[in-house]
Design a protein around this ligand. Structure first.
Ligand code: FES
Ligand code: FES
Length: 255
């Protein structure tokens, strides 16, 4: 998981499992832990613990820390030495959104190919497509919906993938700059001929936004082009070149 993911403050399933500590009679024990999924509002957690140390017979206190608080349960365990199993079921209140996130299976079409993947409910689409699926052409200048570099076309509209949840891509048709380039769209040659990129970092976002514009308006005016591209930021200042490229693609591509 990248650093930007860690900054979100979410509790991963791995961390949740790791943090669900369990003590029996004050003895720390290593073993198998099984946690049932927690829902928002109220959550039921089942803890199964294999004891590998001497446990006194009688009553023992089992404490487990979960998101939303600490639960303490008193239970009876058999005495003796050897491997013993203690099972505790408890219910704790977990504030909505504070519990571990779930996984959702989604199916979507990306650049003409159908994928089915499990996604964490907290993942944004940029992280999923870029970091998990390897579509590294989807950039991030700002990661907060202000620069357009993460733009992809989803269901015919340009969207900011950094502010879109990956689970919302279920059933969607998505196109990235890679798909546009592989399709041989007239914009690609026009971008090259008009030197639309200097460092090139913003270029995929511009290309995606330009393609979406031509899909819905095959012959846009200069004003319409400027308005369509107004959400894309270029630190190198290539703005006029994108207007020329779109106009050239319209002229040469018979849009
Ligand atoms: S990275 Fe998504 S808008 Fe800037
Ligand atoms: S070409 Fe460098 S940021 Fe746009």
């Amino acid at each position: 998981m990248t650093e930007k993911r860690k900054k979100s403050g979410e509790i991963s399933r791995r961390e949740f499992l790791r943090d669900a500590g369990l003590l029996v009679g004050g003895t720390a024990i290593g073993s198998t832990v099984l946690l049932a999924a927690c829902g928002g509002g109220g959550a039921t957690e089942t803890v199964t613990k294999t004891v590998t140390s001497t446990v006194p017979g009688g009553t023992a206190t089992v404490t487990s820390t979960v998101p939303g608080g600490t639960a303490t349960v008193t239970t009876t365990v058999p005495g003796g030495t050897g491997v013993q199993t203690v099972t505790v079921t408890k219910t704790v209140e977990v504030p909505s959104g504070a519990g571990p996130v779930g996984l959702t299976e989604i199916t979507f079409t990306l650049n003409g190919r159908v994928y089915t993947r499990l996604v964490d409910d907290s993942w944004d689409l940029q992280y999923f497509l870029h970091d998990i699926m390897g579509f590294i052409e989807i950039k991030t200048f700002c990661y907060r919906g202000a620069c357009g570099s993460c733009s992809v076309i989803m269901n015919g509209r340009p969207i900011l993938s950094c502010t879109t949840l990956a689970v919302n891509a279920d059933g969607a048709v998505i196109e990235t700059s890679r798909g546009i380039a592989m399709s041989g769209h007239p914009l690609v040659n026009a971008y090259i001929k008009n030197h639309c990129m200097q460092c090139g970092y913003c270029t995929p976002g511009f290309l995606v936004t330009s393609k979406a514009l031509l899909d819905r308006n095959p012959n846009p005016s200069e004003e319409e082009i400027m308005e369509a591209l107004s959400g894309n930021i270029c630190r190198c200042g290539t703005y006029p070149a994108h207007i020329w490229a779109i106009q050239e693609a319209v002229a040469e591509g018979g849009m």
